[in-house]
Ligand binder design. Structure first.
Ligand code: IMP
Ligand code: MG
Length: 182
């Protein structure tokens, strides 16, 4: 990580999605979840690290009871298209007792999330939905559609609101394009 503040700012090319736009969409999705999952045992799974900011705002837009769990997953794509996923932090809840919503930061190639979904389905959740903050459909390598995608974006390298470049920039309150040339 670079600790120079001037350099840090110079790499933020432009704001792609403002704090206000993010807030507005999250309020909408929060209302939808609160209505749809009323009287149902709900578990929100945040895929770390990227989705922790999104998930923390999303749960506060929900006004029904819910539990939160975290998962760290990394995918390794070898020569086969399916690849493998290593889960280094797992959900403790018995999924067969919950309606599950996966909160993801971004779907890019779709590799990581498709493998995570496959693994979670094996544990027989009452239902399983994927809500992603960002979707880059142009980059998809495996079939993976979110049930709800808050924003569809072009193929740019994105930072902020949880998303990183070399583990920096997660703290920006908006989504920005990273300047790879500067
Ligand atoms: P996928 O498996 O290729 O769909 O992407 C998995 C992960 O790559 C995401 O959860 C992000 O952490 C990361 N990622 C993909 N695109 C970007 C980006 O534009 N900026 C920052 N991280 C990204
Ligand atoms: Mg990342």
């Amino acid at each position: 990580m670079d600790f120079n503040a001037v350099e840090f700012k110079s790499k933020i090319k432009s704001v792609v999605i403002s704090e206000e736009e993010i807030k507005r969409k999250i309020r909408e999705v929060g209302r939808w979840i609160s209505d749809e999952y009323k009287d149902k045992p709900l578990l929100i799974i945040s895929i770390l690290k990227g989705s922790f900011v999104f998930a923390s705002d999303l749960i506060r837009a929900i006004d029904i009871p819910c539990e939160v769990a975290f998962m760290v997953a990394k995918s390794y794509s070898g020569s086969t298209s399916c690849g493998e996923v290593k889960i280094s932090l797992d959900v403790e809840q018995d999924l067969s007792k919950y309606h599950v919503i996966i909160a993801e930061d971004i779907i890019d190639t779709g590799r990581t999330l498709s493998l995570v979904v496959e693994k979670l389905k094996e544990r027989n959740p009452l239902s399983l939905k994927v809500i992603t903050l960002l979707d880059k459909p142009d980059r998809r390598v495996v079939k993976m559609d979110a049930d709800i995608s808050l924003f569809t974006i072009p193929d740019l390298f994105i930072i902020g609101y949880g998303l990183d470049y070399n583990d920096a920039y997660r703290n920006l309150p908006y989504v920005a394009e990273y300047d790879e040339g500067a």
